[in-house]
Design a protein around this ligand. Sequence first.
Ligand code: ZN
Length: 135
Amino acid sequence: MPRRKRLRKVVAPPKFQGYKPYGINGESKESVELLYEEYEAIKLADYDFLNHSEAAKLMGISRPTFARIYESARRKIAKALTEAKEIVTVFGDIELDGSWFLCKDCHAKFTCPTPTEGIGCPMCKSQDVQLIGES
Ligand SMILES: [Zn+2]
């Protein structure tokens, strides 16, 4: 069995794939898609208590762009809470470095210097991964 190529970088995904409301009648049918950068914006501003300038700098974006992403994230979460919708995290418009893959099982994003056949997810070892971009 050939040795798997060492992965250069792993971006830690959110620790969940989504949130589901409970105590409602039946299943929640629609879901709200929370982009990775929106999750990051909420985390930096409301969990790490960074101000917008600091958070924008960390994410490598301008302050107005950060404010827009943050606002969008808050609206989505408010909508999910109010309308009892599921929240699903999805890969968004984040900066790509090398060849990026998305694991369809655990939604982890990871890079590999050269795309190869049979590459697996470094987080859950799933083979169900998708090439999502190259820099
Ligand atoms: Zn995975």
